[in-house]
Write a protein of this length. Structure first.
Length: 334
């Protein structure tokens, strides 16, 4: 009850006072995602966890899902850090599929305090919302659950809160978690996956991308800390991985640079996330055409992953319970 009242208190004034006006549906892949990225990063801007900006992003995401025919809900939560209580929230929308078993798609809406979060992570939210819009009237094999998560940059708080509420039955009913984080800036488009269905989804995505002319790869495993095809526990897939769930993860970065851990995104400018350069203006000036190319490619790839997922991998082993999630320094949360 407390969380329900908190959610209502957060959303009510926002929807009444903000001119959110989600863009109308359009058929061109990547165009809806770009409009969402523009609104989140330029009209709203900074979206630090618990701030008015994050609440505006939640209200916008809620409105897009509602106007697209979903019945979204808010999942409000509180956490204490450095002596103060922060109120944040997740936005959740779902679509029934041929099976009641679920694929979760998650992207965080919050930012650090510098930049405007175009890459990290308006891009992930934009692609998630476009996929939700494009698939609303499409019959999908699995039920889809879209989560726009809060306070990822402050310890994966939104995904941790959502995962902590999942019952054993809900965990068992979840086929796959797909995480979207920082899709614009990086030199290369990647897909990762771990666990039975995660690895199958990754490999299927790589095959489909190759057949459709998308330059999507997976990380080659040159750094022994990260086996080929996987990634680190620094984003919203990690709390679900800890539950033993398979994950897939879309990201743009460059695993050939720096410590070969995927943190150095670009050869030209190094890291874009968590810097003042995380704006559409900077990305469009320094990497002409990259924003549109990545949004179109990742949007089409995600729609494929959700509408034509591979059959469950019978021979691969699941992650298992419990999973150890590696401790990642706060500055490296995506």
């Amino acid at each position: 009850m407390k969380r329900t009242l908190l959610a209502a208190a957060l959303l009510g004034p926002l929807l009444g006072s903000c001119d959110l006006n989600p863009p109308p549906a359009q058929p061109q892949s990547g165009e809806l995602a770009l409009q969402h990225v523009q609104f989140l990063s330029q009209e709203i801007g900074s979206r630090v966890g618990g701030s008015q900006g994050e609440q505006n992003a939640a209200a916008y995401s809620y409105s897009v899902l509602r106007e697209s025919g979903y019945a979204p809900r808010l999942q409000a939560f509180e956490y204490t850090g450095e002596g103060s209580v922060t109120r944040s929230l997740n936005v959740v929308g779902s679509k029934a599929g041929q099976s009641a078993r679920e694929i979760i798609v998650i992207a965080h809406m919050d930012t650090v305090s510098v930049g405007r979060g175009a890459d990290d992570n308006a891009s992930g939210v934009g692609v998630l919302l476009e996929a939700a819009q494009r698939l609303r009237q499409v019959q999908t094999p699995y039920t889809l659950r879209f989560i726009v998560a809060g306070s990822e940059e402050d310890g994966l708080r939104g995904s941790r809160d959502y995962a902590s509420r999942m019952s054993a039955g809900e965990v068992a009913n979840t086929v796959l978690v797909i995480n979207l984080d920082s899709l614009l800036a990086g030199d290369q488009m990647y897909v990762y996956g771990e666990g039975a269905q995660g690895a199958a989804s990754r490999d299927d995505a790589l095959s489909w991308a190759g057949q459709h002319g998308l330059n999507v790869i997976t990380q080659p495993g040159e750094n022994p800390e990260y086996p080929a095809g996987t990634t680190g526990d620094w984003s919203d897939h990690a709390p679900f991985k800890k539950l033993g769930l398979s994950y897939a993860y879309l990201e743009a970065t460059n695993w050939t640079l720096g410590d070969k851990d995927g943190y150095t995104q670009t050869e030209k400018h190094g890291e874009i996330w968590h810097t003042e350069n995380d704006t559409l203006a900077f990305l469009n000036r320094e990497f002409p055409g990259r924003v549109q190319q990545h949004l179109e490619g990742f949007s089409d790839l995600l729609v494929h992953m959700l509408s034509q997922p591979p059959a469950p991998a019978a021979t691969a082993q699941p992650l298992g319970l419990p999973q150890r999630v590696r401790e990642v320094p706060a500055e490296r949360w995506r």
